[in-house]
Ligand binder design. Structure first.
Ligand code: PLP
Length: 365
């Protein structure tokens, strides 16, 4: 007899809907029996990983029988120098997703509340709900975080407030002044998690780097990742920066070997490869513009392009356009899991990929 496992699942888990990632390239190629599909669905680096990272991985292969050093000392020292922080101000995760999870594990749980914005990056609400915490969702303003609406949800039970700047998938941004005022207003019993997954790909001079507030607010955790600009999404490495006492609490729930040895050496090497990062930025800046103009020519409404992606609306046709593009070997991201069924999100690819996407989209429309 089948057991109803959901009945025994932990509070919060029964109602959880799993994160829906972008469709893997290999999966679509298997389904269609083709080899030249393109994926513009997960905001990955179209230039691939840094050659220095690949060389570091090759050098580290003979040591794979050994457990990694849990604290990632070399990577930590490099980042501490780069950000002018104490090495004790860093926590590493198997992707910044895991840093988010550790923050939830350490501070949320049944009886607590976690504040997110409507249309915010889905990982926050999923982790919070899985912990048994109550997720309080502030309605968005123009698809972005409405900080006043988030402030209105603060209570004695609030333990975490998640902010993505820019937000994925909507590309919306908050100004430094607005963010600073907001963080200042959050009481000490609530931690603000400021997710800056796209910082290295932001070209706007006014884009605020959350690092600047770490000395002032001890209830602030700033997260970064090697998955986007650094082109190492497959290795899973991200980090959080915060007050040493905050980091010490997060360390209590970190799995001892969560950052594998290849990820550690590759991330370290990627930080040194300023040429690859610059090439990534240049392609991204130019091609993001190409995509935005191309979408505009089709008369589509686009949300603000930010980082390495832009979302756009196909009123009434989000899902059908997604499927039609798949049939033409192009993977984009449908935003129906975000409650935005008219919208699709496209990542900035190489020039040839973006041209192919625009051509196929033209056919489909
Ligand atoms: C891609 C992304 C992340 C992180 O991903 P990891 O691969 O887990 O580091 C985090 N936040 C946002 C907003 C993202 O878009």
């Amino acid at each position: 007899m089948a057991l109803n496992f959901l009945e025994y699942a932990a509070p919060g888990v029964a109602d959880l809907r799993p994160y829906q990632p972008g469709k893997p390239l290999a999966e679509l190629e298997r389904e269609l029996g083709i080899r030249d599909a393109i994926k513009l669905a997960s905001n990955e680096n179209p230039l691939g990983p840094s050659p220095l990272a690949l060389a570091a991985i090759r050098d580290a292969l003979p040591d794979l029988a050994l457990y990694p050093e849990g604290g990632a000392p070399e990577l930590r020292a490099r980042l501490a120098q780069m950000h002018d922080l104490d090495p004790r101000q860093f926590i590493f995760g198997n992707g910044s997703d895991q840093v988010i999870e550790m923050a939830v594990r350490a501070f949320a749980g049944p009886g607590t509340e976690v504040i997110v914005s409507q249309y915010a990056f889905a990982a926050y609400a999923i982790a919070a709900q899985a912990s048994g915490a109550t997720v309080r969702t502030a309605p968005a303003r123009n698809y972005g975080h409405d900080l006043d609406a988030m402030t209105a949800l603060l209570s004695e039970r609030t333990r975490l407030v998640f902010i993505a700047n820019p937000n994925n998938p909507t590309g919306t941004q908050l100004s430094g002044a607005a963010l600073e005022t907001f963080i200042d207003s959050v009481p000490a019993h609530a931690l603000v998690v400021l997710d800056e997954a796209y910082l290295e790909l932001m070209d706007d001079d006014n884009y605020p780097d959350g690092r600047q507030w770490l000395g002032r607010f001890s209830n602030l955790l700033v997260t970064r990742t090697f998955s986007k600009a650094y082109g190492l999404a497959g290795l899973r490495c991200g980090y959080g920066m915060g007050h040493p006492d905050l980091i010490a609490v997060l360390e209590r729930v970190r799995q001892p070997f969560n950052i594998n040895s290849l990820a550690q050496v590759a991330a370290h090497a990627a930080l040194l490869d300023t040429r690859h990062l610059e090439a990534t930025r240049v392609n991204n800046r130019q091609e993001r513009q190409v995509l935005a103009e191309g979408l505009d020519k089709f008369g589509l409404t686009i949300l603000p392009p930010a980082g390495n992606f832009t979302a756009f609306a196909v009123p009434g046709g989000g899902q059908s356009v997604y499927v039609a593009l798949l049939q033409r070997g192009v993977i984009v991201r449908p935003l129906s899991p975000y409650g935005m069924p008219d919208h699709l999100r496209v990542s900035v690819g190489l020039p040839v990929e973006n041209q192919r996407f625009l051509k196929m989209l033209g056919e489909v429309l």
